[in-house]
Design a protein around this ligand. Structure first.
Ligand code: ADP
Ligand code: MG
Length: 606
């Protein structure tokens, strides 16, 4: 059978699903009947591996020699230098200066894709068992809409390591919408609110003629059900005397108890927490109101993200036609209530919020096997992509939140006479200056046919494929020579960094614009000064002394202004020099035309 499975490779939990008789179905573990596989991997010093509940059991064992890794998704596609303080503290790593994070277990090291591959392998085995030993080889795997190239690449690598061909990466919100069959809705906007264990994502999709397009995404990579658990733990342990400081082991038990209480409070009005500590047993009854008081500020942070996504999409909450709930944390009544209030409508929650992404991935798998041909998926580029141009400016080719797959071509030229090579510097980010954006790749195109500055035509094409992976091609139109790179950065950009870059671009937008305008004015000044010097050298005989002096004075004023920061003054003086040299320019033109005509006549009659 040519099945393509759907896998939700989650930070907290992972699942596998498949299409059967036209419907997606999540596959349960044959022994336990559970569909969720905790995304937890234990590795023994001898390399032995346990996944899921078996790994969690090792975590609580008193003398553990295995290293138990949770939330490996947070490490995917990152270099050691990109780890947040929390991620760095949590495990031991080998040489964090390298381009890829490596967990240290005994004297072995393991990369994040290797760890994720263990989760995928466990899901693959589950599916093989469910289908009587049939080989499971192809899968659609979901990723957060925010994942960058390196993170997507790392996810594909994990699949390969697990012996799975990842035929498509699909954004999680897109998968969730598919599970609800929202493509069959008449045209409209959908908001997908995904509140999981450790992350929050909001995505706004546009449905048009059965086609999904993600038009905006926002979120927080360190905001999830874990925060709700922590808030409960802090409350419960608050009364603990100084000398009974909670140790690692107590924290861990407290968190487990808090999570259980939180989940009970989803259906019950109160929950008991009992915790043995060094200073006696803590017993506490938590009412739903208590919990909601603790949860409110955390839930409000998700609402803030929703507001930002709506602003990005330029939509009012009332313009949203359907709201989809995803992630285990959306089971809490306070979450549902707030989401309903903010969007002014009841959210879709009939499909299990834990399973909805995996089900959607299976639907997409069905589409790819040809079982469903009525759907086409469009996703969105989370950050702008472009290249560095004169003066260190970032020139955008693909704008943030553009639909992908997409291909955009821009025309560029040289900055200096007789350049034989051009440097193509590929950038990602929202800032105006190249140095403030993230450098994705750098390559040289050449040799190109040398010519005066501004004459060679270099075409740069950015292509983002359906997996969100970027290919950049630069082509010299004259020689037809081209150079192309697949942007697979050796180390990735953390989600926090994406967020920081976005936030900075909002905060610093005005300052950036001012700087950009100044640099543009300076570029104009340089161009006209260089052109004038060159023309005076070649056509000096066409100016008299008075005109030469007037132009020299204007040029000097411009040069002085150019080293300052008053861009309006620079612009005015560029204009002044332009006017002073216009008659001269006309004469040069006349002569050039005359010479060309002369040459032409010689050619014609020889
Ligand atoms: P992820 O997408 O990060 O893998 P999940 O969607 O599986 O995460 O969500 C896991 C989170 O959902 C955990 O914080 C868990 O405590 C929470 N959760 C699960 N069931 C409930 C419930 N009944 N009430 C409240 N929270 C729940
Ligand atoms: Mg999830």
């Amino acid at each position: 059978m040519d099945r393509i499975f759907g896998i939700d490779l989650g930070t907290t939990n992972s699942l596998i699903a498949v299409m059967e008789n036209g419907e997606p179905r999540v596959l349960a573990d044959l022994e336990t009947g559970r569909t969720l596989l905790p995304s937890v991997v234990a590795i023994a010093p001898d390399g032995g591996v346990a996944v899921g509940d078996a790994a969690i059991a090792l975590e609580t064992e008193a003398q553990r020699s295995s290293v138990v890794i949770r939330s490996v998704k947070r490490y995917m596609g990152l270099g050691g230098g990109e780890l947040g303080a929390e991620e760095r503290r949590r495990y031991q790593f080998a040489d964090l200066s390298g381009p890829v994070v490596r967990f240290k277990v005994g004297d072995r090291v393991h990369t994040p894709p290797q760890i994720s591959a263990e989760i995928l392998r466990a899901l693959k085995r589950r599916a093989e068992a469910a289908f009587g030993g049939e080989r499971v080889e192809r899968a659609v795997v979901t990723v957060p809409a925010y994942f960058n190239d390196a993170q997507r690449q790392a996810t594909k690598d994990a699949g390969r390591l697990a012996g799975l061909e990842v035929v498509r990466l699909v954004n999680e919100p897109t998968a969730a919408s598919l599970a609800y069959g929202l493509n069959q809705l008449t045209d409209g906007y959908v908001a997908v609110y995904d509140f999981g264990g450790g992350t929050f994502d909001i995505s706004i999709l546009n449905i048009k003629g059965g086609v999904f397009e993600v038009i905006a995404t926002n979120g927080d990579t360190h905001l999830g059900g874990d925060d709700l658990d922590q808030a409960i733990v802090a409350e419960v342990l608050a009364g603990l005397p100084e000398e009974a400081r909670p140790d690692r082991e107590l924290w861990s038990r407290a968190r487990t108890a808090a999570e259980a209480a939180k989940q009970r409070l989803t259906v019950a009005e109160s929950a008991e927490i009992r915790l043995a500590t060094g200073a006696g047993v803590i017993e506490r009854t938590l009412s739903r109101a208590d919990f909601e008081r603790l949860a409110a500020p955390i839930v409000e942070r998700t609402i803030e993200c929703c507001r930002r996504a709506l602003a990005d999409a330029q939509l009012a909450p009332a313009a949203i036609d359907a709201v989809v709930l995803v992630g285990g944390s959306t089971r809490s009544p306070i979450v549902r209530r707030r989401v309903a209030e903010v969007f002014g409508r009841e959210p879709f929650c009939t499909i299990d919020p834990d399973e909805v992404v995996a089900l959607g991935a299976a639907v997409q798998g069905g589409v790819l096997t040809g079982a469903r041909s009525d759907l086409l998926l469009l996703d969105v580029a989370p950050l702008s992509l472009g290249i560095e141009t004169m003066g260190g400016l970032m020139e955008r080719l693909i704008h943030r939140n553009s639909a992908i797959p997409t291909s955009v071509t821009g025309g560029f030229t040289t900055a200096v006479d007789n350049q034989t090579h051009v440097d193509v510097h590929v950038l990602q980010g929202e800032r105006e200056m190249a140095r403030d954006c993230r450098s994705l790749a750098r390559f040289k195109l050449g040799p190109i046919e040398p010519g005066p500055a501004g004459i060679p035509r270099i075409e740069v094409t950015f292509l983002i494929d359906a997996n969100g992976i970027l290919n950049v091609t630069a082509r010299d139109q004259r020689t037809g020579r081209e150079h192309s790179v697949d942007v697979k950065p050796s180390y990735g950009l953390s989600d926090e960094e994406i967020e920081r870059m976005l936030e900075e671009s909002i905060d610093l937008g005005e300052q950036d614009l001012e700087e950009r305008l100044l640099i543009a004015a300076r570029n104009d000044a340089d161009q006209i000064l260089a052109a004038l010097a060159k023309q005076l050298g070649e056509y000096g005989d066409l100016v008299d002394a008075g005109e030469r002096r007037r132009m020299a004075e204007a040029a000097e004023r411009l040069e002085t202004a150019r080293s300052g920061t008053d861009r309006e003054l620079i612009a005015r003086l560029v204009e002044e020099l332009n006017e002073a040299s216009t008659p001269f320019a006309h004469r040069i033109m006349d002569r050039a035309i005359g010479e060309a005509l002369k040459r032409k006549s010689v050619d014609e009659f020889s």
